[in-house]
Design a protein around this ligand. Structure first.
Ligand SMILES: [Zn+2]
Length: 115
């Protein structure tokens, strides 16, 4: 959300990051960690939270990869390319841990009809 903010995504005609979903992802992950029983290594995360997290990170990676977003978009080069590449590598490896999930469509939840 910091990258989206400093790169003016909120003011873009079509923002690339859904701020509400990003916020829901952060809150949902925090609540899941908080709800973990003491001594338990397993954290249960709602599928919607996983989907919002994945969508947020994918949008973030795409903007970084395309060079649209930068850790410092001031226009001068002072190491932010290396920083952005390191962040991109880290977020891509985080994405490997997230299963792909898609919301059921109306058609897939509707009972099949005969004829
Ligand atoms: Zn700068």
């Amino acid at each position: 959300m910091l990258y989206a903010s400093v790169n003016g995504d909120g003011a873009a005609e079509v923002p690339q990051l859904d701020g509400r979903h990003a916020a829901e992802a952060i809150s949902g992950l925090g609540l899941a960690l908080h709800a973990r029983p003491p001594g338990d290594d397993l954290v249960v995360v709602d599928a919607k939270v996983v989907a919002w997290t994945r969508a947020t990170l994918e949008a973030f990676c795409e903007q970084l990869r395309a060079g649209v977003w930068s850790s410092c978009p001031c226009g001068e080069l002072h190491g932010q390319v290396e920083t952005d590449l390191a962040v991109l590598r880290a977020v891509r490896s985080d994405l490997l841990l997230l299963p792909a999930w898609s919301a059921p469509t109306e058609a897939s939840t509707r009972p099949a009809t005969n004829g």
